[in-house]
Design a protein around this ligand. Structure first.
Ligand SMILES: [Zn+2]
Length: 343
C-alpha cells in the first residue's frame, strides 16, 4: 500500500439479481446447494472486477457470500438457535426478529476463511475483509443464556479472534470490524467495547480496522439521523479511546453527514478511512465533490494516513448507482493525489 490515498469501500456491494433479490437487506438466495456456492463465487468475481475497473485500490469480496454483515457470521456459530426468534430493538432504533443465544457460543469451524482464500486467489491487490464487531453482534441477538451483554461480547471477541487469525493466514491484508453499535452505546464502549475489540485483534500481524457509521441508507437509519440535530458529535466520545487503542485504521462517515470534520483530529496518528461517498442517496457524487471532502479531511489527517472510502456498505443500492459511486470515489482520490504530488 505505497500508493498515496489508496481507495477502499466500507464493505458490502450490491448483489447481482440472479443471486439474490437486489436493493434489499437480508434478501433470500435465489438458489441452493452446489449451485449457490458457485453463484456466490461468480458474484464475488464480478464484484471484485467492478471494484478494479472503477479503480479501487484495496478490494474486498463485496460481501457477496453473506446475506447480512452480522447475521451470516452468527449463523455459523453453535449456541445460537435461529428457529427461536425474539423481537429486539437493534441499536435502540428499529425492531427486528433475531435469533436466540440458548447455550455457550462456539465457532466449530471457520466461517469466511474459504471465501477469503478464494478472493486471495483472484487478485494480488491488497484485500480487506469485514467481520462484525463484538458489540454489534450482541446487539443483533436475544441472549437467553449469558444474560450479560458484556459476557457475551467477550465470548464473541474470542471467536472473532480465532476467525481473524485464520483470515490473516489466508492472506487478508486488512481485517475490519464493523461496529455501528459504537455510535450508540457510549458508556459500554468505554466500559468494555474497546477492550473486547482489542481482544478480537489480539496477536494479529495484518492491519486492523474498525468501521463506525450511522448505518445503511435504510429508513430506520435516515429517520434516526433526523433526530441527531445539526451537528453529529457522537464520534467525539469514541475517537480518543480508539486513538489510544491498537487498531490501525478507523473507517467513518463524512460525506453529506453532519459530522464536524475536525473530530478526525482526535484520531491523529491513525489511518483514517474517510467516507466520501453517501450511501443513503442514489445521487452519484462527482469526482470534484469527493475531492472536496478529502481536502477538508486532509486538514486533520496526514496524507499518508488517508484512505478515501464510502460512508458505509452499498448493498441496498442498485448496481449501476454503486458502480458510479465507486468510479467517483476513485476519480476524486486521483484529483487530490495529483494535487498532493504536484505541490
Ligand atoms: Zn456502516
Amino acid at each position: 500500500m505505497k500508493k498515496l490515498l489508496p481507495t477502499a469501500t466500507a464493505g458490502s456491494l450490491p448483489k447481482p439479481s440472479w443471486l439474490a433479490e437486489p436493493e434489499k437487506l437480508w434478501s433470500p438466495w435465489k438458489m441452493e446447494g452446489e449451485a449457490l456456492t458457485e453463484a456466490k463465487q461468480d458474484a464475488l468475481r464480478v464484484s471484485l472486477l467492478e471494484q478494479q475497473v472503477a479503480g479501487i485500490d484495496i478490494v474486498s469480496d463485496g460481501e457477496q457470500t453473506r446475506q447480512h454483515f452480522v447475521t451470516t457470521f452468527i449463523e455459523h456459530l453453535a449456541g445460537v438457535d435461529f428457529e427461536k426468534r425474539e423481537t429486539v430493538t437493534i441499536r435502540n432504533r428499529y425492531e427486528a426478529s433475531v435469533p436466540t443465544v440458548v447455550s455457550a457460543v462456539a465457532r466449530e469451524k471457520p466461517v469466511f476463511v474459504e471465501d477469503a482464500r478464494f478472493l486471495r486467489q483472484q487478485t494480488k491487490a491488497p484485500i480487506k475483509w469485514a467481520l462484525p464487531g463484538p458489540m454489534t453482534m450482541i446487539d443483533t441477538l436475544y441472549d437467553a443464556h449469558y444474560k450479560s451483554r458484556e459476557k457475551l461480547a467477550w465470548e464473541f471477541a474470542a471467536i472473532l479472534n480465532a476467525e481473524a487469525r485464520e483470515l490473516e493466514q489466508a492472506g487478508v491484508d486488512i481485517i475490519q470490524f464493523d461496529e455501528p453499535a459504537f455510535n450508540v452505546f457510549f458508556d459500554e464502549v468505554n466500559d468494555w467495547g474497546i477492550a473486547t475489540l482489542e481482544r478480537a485483534i489480539e496477536g494479529l500481524k495484518c492491519q486492523t480496522a474498525v468501521h463506525i457509521c450511522y448505518g445503511y441508507g435504510i429508513k430506520a437509519n435516515t429517520d434516526w439521523k433526523k433526530t441527531l440535530g445539526h451537528e453529529w458529535r457522537q464520534y467525539e466520545r469514541t475517537f480518543p479511546r480508539l486513538q489510544a487503542s491498537s487498531i490501525d485504521l478507523v473507517s467513518l462517515e463524512c460525506q453529506n453527514s453532519h459530522v464536524p470534520m475536525e473530530l478526525i483530529e482526535l484520531l491523529r496518528g491513525k489511518k483514517v478511512m474517510v467516507g466520501a461517498i453517501d450511501v443513503a442517496s442514489n445521487r452519484i457524487e462527482t469526482p470534484e465533490e469527493v475531492a472536496d471532502t478529502l481536502r477538508k479531511a486532509l486538514q486533520f489527517v496526514d496524507a499518508e494516513n488517508l484512505c478515501p472510502c464510502t460512508n458505509c456498505g452499498m448493498a441496498p443500492l442498485s448496481r449501476s448507482v454503486a458502480r458510479g459511486k465507486l468510479k467517483a470515489l476513485a476519480g476524486g482520490a486521483e484529483i487530490v493525489r495529483r494535487e498532493l504530488t504536484c505541490a
